[in-house]
Design a protein around this ligand. Structure first.
Ligand code: NAD
Length: 351
């Protein structure tokens, strides 16, 4: 298994491999870049088919965190950890405690947050042996409710702010009254985004593979339920992907009628060329790692101490970042995803 010549290695500063016989822990921690501050990113537990697959995931995701935090103007670098194993079978207290020891040994160069396969209670177990975990304190969230560290309300608020900025740029208005929005996935983020949009007077179309989530959006928010085939191709103003990655691809893009794409899902573009394909179709795409940064902003303030107002103010700067991306995209005739990558690089590379 190659490391330095790995296709995803891309200037990583540090990659640690941890193994503990007694607890069965096998973990990889990747620190992509720490120019702006300690590397913060989720700790994922997954039943990887091979060590190679686990390393690829760690490298790819840690780089993504560098770009997301830099674009959000946070004093954070990018990192990610993966624990190899099935979370339902192999996750034990001993394993999580040992993961905490491993994180502590890195002296704060990497800080772990929850991710697929790990939860706030798991991070609290790691926290017995390390202070380098984030998003575990109970505190007032930006919505005024007591939060247990779940960043979804912040992500939804940031996505709402970003959606408004994208609509303003493409359609020339920030009044969402009567605007039609198709939301794919009304889970933790999508449902809260729907609440914000409803409050602003938008007409909502929703789809989810969980019928009870759809029913709730219909009943509570007056949303219109549509099929999974329809949601991407509806004749609406905005498409908000809040479910899956790789949703913008060769099959979907030619059939999208919305002129704005602004949603919370990670990795929406199936391949980087789809960025240009959207531009060529006249669709304004809010790059996912710019618009969905509310969660990482929230987690950052969880560690440094904050007031909910301060967090909200920082989240609202997502609109400024998107404005800058759209302006540069127009001026240089470049797709928005590419411009966002360049802007992030300017923000994390040492001057
Ligand atoms: P979630 O699991 O709570 O919600 C996702 C919803 O999408 C679920 O209700 C699920 O049933 C639905 N879904 C899955 N496949 C679908 C399909 N094929 N068609 C329609 N619906 C489908 O997750 P979440 O926390 O709301 O996150 C949503 C997206 O936003 C994810 O891509 C996530 O990576 C990204 N994101 C989330 C956060 C956060 O703070 N939670 C932060 C940044 C990015």
């Amino acid at each position: 298994m190659s490391v330095f010549s790995h296709i995803e290695f891309d200037h990583h500063e540090q990659v640690n491999f941890f193994h503990d016989e007694a607890s069965g822990l096998k973990a990889i921690v990747a620190v992509h870049n720490s120019n702006r501050g300690p590397a913060l990113g989720g700790c994922r537990m997954w039943n990887y088919a091979s060590d190679e697959e686990a390393l690829t995931d760690a490298l790819r995701l840690s780089k993504g965190m560098t770009y997301k935090s830099a674009l959000a103007n946070l004093a954070l670098g990018g990192g990610k950890s993966v624990i190899i194993g099935n979370p339902r079978q192999h996750k034990t207290e001993a394993l999580l405690e040992m993961m905490g020891r491993c994180l502590e040994s890195m002296g704060g160069r990497y800080i772990a947050a929850e991710d697929s396969g790990t939860s706030v209670p798991d991070l609290k177990i790691m926290n017995r042996n390390t202070k380098f975990v984030a998003g575990i304190t109970e505190r007032p969230g930006i919505d005024g409710l007591l939060s247990n560290g779940d960043p979804s309300p912040a992500t939804a608020y940031g996505t709402f702010i970003g959606l408004k900025a994208t609509v303003k740029h493409r359609l020339g208005t920030d009044n969402l009254k009567g605007l039609s929005v198709a939301i794919q996935g009304v889970g933790n983020v999508g449902y809260r985004l729907a609440e914000h949009l409803r409050e602003a007077g938008a007409t909502l179309y929703v789809n989810d593979i969980h019928q009870e989530y759809v029913d709730k959006a219909v009943k509570q928010l007056g949303a219109i339920a549509v099929s999974s085939q329809e949601i991407l191709t509806l004749d609406v103003d905005v498409l908000a992907p809040c479910a899956l990655g790789a949703i913008l691809n060769d099959d979907s893009i030619p059939n999208i009628k919305a002129s704005v794409i602004a949603g919370a899902s990670n990795n929406q573009l199936a391949a980087s060329r789809h960025d240009m394909m959207l531009k060529e179709r006249g669709i304004l795409y809010a790059p996912d790692f710019a618009i969905n940064a509310g969660g990482i902003i929230d987690i950052f303030y969880d560690r440094v101490g904050h007031t909910p107002q301060k967090v909200s103010q920082h989240i609202e700067t997502i609109a400024d970042t998107l404005d800058e991306i759209f302006r540069r995209s127009d001026a240089n005739n470049l797709p928005t995803g590419m411009v966002a990558n360049t802007l992030a690089e300017e923000r994390f590379q040492k001057r």
